[in-house]
Design a protein around this ligand. Structure first.
Ligand code: NI
Length: 414
């Protein structure tokens, strides 16, 4: 808004400072109190980045979070889903909502030359969960100073977002019985989207997913005498090809979905048709019924190819994460909070859903809420890249969003 006639002092409530986005020619409303936290938050983030820990092994990360909460005098419950922590702001009365951050790292060898690069061989914070954890800690600090919080905010520090469904484990261990909230909120930093922008959608945001493994088995034979056996290679190829018709011909074109084969192994020699071929891959869809439908259709095609080629086709399916679905009412609330911090014109409401998956979906399946993307910069390495680094410019933005969201949500909840 630097070029507009609007006086920033009038645009934002008293007590807010105006911060320039490095990428957008715009202003953001970030509380002075949050900016005071910024240096400290950078230190926290870099400390977490140095010591990445993967699924359910976030022991030091969890201790780090607990130590910061202790310093701030914020009560918390530790040990949910091994390393998860739930902090409590407010006296447990009134409207109750939850804000969630993920804490885990990935099995990736870091390829940056940052001075705070990973000190753990083969592990790295390549998805920015170090930044998510830091932002929620920052929000804890700011919100804990607000004496007039009109309700209770639970801060969920969750383990094992990547692959291991830490959110589901926390729910199984009674997360929402012990901390009975009416709504739950999440966010993710999003490289490719400019800093100072946010994407807030109503409805589906991330895909539901599952993985499959297929074995095609039959009578291997001499490659020069194919009539004396069955051809597992050809059967596998036919199955791969037929499965492409599921998305393009069988489901409603209005439904977003993907069927991808990602592994194919079979054979050891030029002149032998092998006895077995192994295939594997993943299916994705933006709705859980469509995902279930695709799975059934894949099994159907496997059966057809088996009969057609006289081979045994076995398919084993492993469910991944459900689709992440934003409740329209809470998406509107998240949009208001993001708009108050970043200006309404910098909020994308129509951005297409991602076919990636997110285990926050398990929480949104239990409680309504919203999951948003905060722009992390257009010139940054992507998520899960060995060159990725969380953009620290997001720290005050993320905290400002959480604080605004908590205030708006508590005012609206029954
Ligand atoms: Ni992530």
């Amino acid at each position: 808004m630097a070029n507009s006639q609007l006086d920033p002092a009038k645009a934002f409530p008293i007590g807010f400072d105006v911060v320039k986005s490095t990428e957008l020619d715009s202003d953001m409303a970030v509380d002075r109190e949050i900016l005071e936290f910024e240096d400290e938050m950078r230190k926290w983030r870099h400390a977490l980045h140095r010591h990445p820990e993967t699924a359910f092994q976030e022991v030091e990360t969890s201790r780090f979070v607990a130590a910061r909460l202790d310093e701030m005098g914020i009560p918390y419950t530790a040990g949910l889903a091994h390393t998860g922590i739930v902090a409590q702001l407010g006296n447990g009365q009134g409207p109750k909502i939850a804000l969630r951050a993920d804490m885990d790292a990935l099995d990736i060898q870091e390829a940056t030359d940052l001075r705070y690069a990973s000190e753990v061989e083969g592990k790295m914070h390549a998805c920015g969960h170090d930044g998510h954890t830091t932002m929620l800690l920052g929000a804890a600090g700011v919100l804990s100073r607000k004496r007039d919080l009109p309700g209770t905010v639970y801060l969920i520090f969750q383990p094992a977002e990547e692959f291991e469904a830490g959110a589901r484990k926390m729910i199984e261990e009674g997360l929402f019985e012990r901390f009975p909230v009416s709504a739950v909120f999440g966010l993710h930093n999003w490289p490719g989207l400019a800093v100072g922008r946010a994407a807030v959608s109503s409805g589906p945001v991330m895909a539901g997913s599952g993985t499959f493994e297929i074995t095609v088995a039959g009578k291997g034979t001499h490659a020069g005498m194919p009539q004396t056996g069955t051809d597992q290679i050809l059967a596998a190829a036919r199955l791969i090809e037929n499965a492409q018709g599921i998305v393009s011909r069988e489901i409603n074109p209005g439904e977003a979905a993907a069927v991808s084969f990602t592994k194919i192994h079979g054979g050891t020699a030029f002149n032998v048709i092998p006895e077995t071929v192994h295939l594997a891959g993943t299916i994705r869809a933006l709705s859980d019924p469509t995902l279930a439908d695709i799975r059934e259709r894949l099994e159907h095609h496997a059966g057809i190819v088996g009969r057609q080629f006289g081979v045994e086709v076995t398919l084993s399916y492993t469910p991944g994460y459900p689709a992440t679905f934003n409740d329209p009412r809470y998406a509107a609330l998240a949009r208001s909070a993001a708009g108050a911090v970043l200006e309404d014109r910098h909020i994308d409401e129509q951005s297409p859903a991602s076919m990636g998956s997110e285990d926050f979906a398990f929480m949104l399946a239990q409680r309504p809420g919203a999951y948003i993307w905060l722009g992390a910069g257009t010139d940054r390495a992507g998520l899960h890249s060995p060159h990725y680094d969380f953009n620290d410019d997001l720290l005050p933005i993320g905290v400002a969003y959480w604080v605004k969201l908590a205030e708006l949500a508590l005012r609206q909840e029954p």
